[in-house]
Design a protein. Structure first.
Length: 94
């Protein structure tokens, strides 16, 4: 059995209607209390607002996970018109 020693969660996003946000959106997340070792970070998109006239292309990714924090990016590419997006995350240490 695995017991979690600590955890933290949050979200990032941009919804500037009627002005289209600038992508990519990258945030450096700093944990309120550092973990003993680098935690496992799970994440996912919780909101997207895409123009009906374009292809749906949205990506979120986590990078540079340390015991003190990580980087989370939400982006689109090509001709996609992304009016807004939000990603939620959760970090758990064992």
């Amino acid at each position: 059995m695995v017991y979690l020693s600590s955890g933290e969660s949050g979200s990032i996003g941009d919804t500037n209607w009627p002005t289209m946000p600038t992508w990519p959106l990258t945030k450096n997340i700093k944990f309120k209390t550092p973990f003993e070792t680098a935690p496992t970070v799970t994440y996912g998109l919780s909101y997207i607002d895409i123009d009906v006239s374009s292809q749906d292309r949205v990506r979120s990714e986590v990078a540079s996970v340390t015991n003190a924090g990580f980087q989370l990016t939400v982006t689109t590419w090509e001709d996609s018109k992304l009016w807004g997006a939000k990603a939620n995350w959760m970090a758990c240490g064992i």
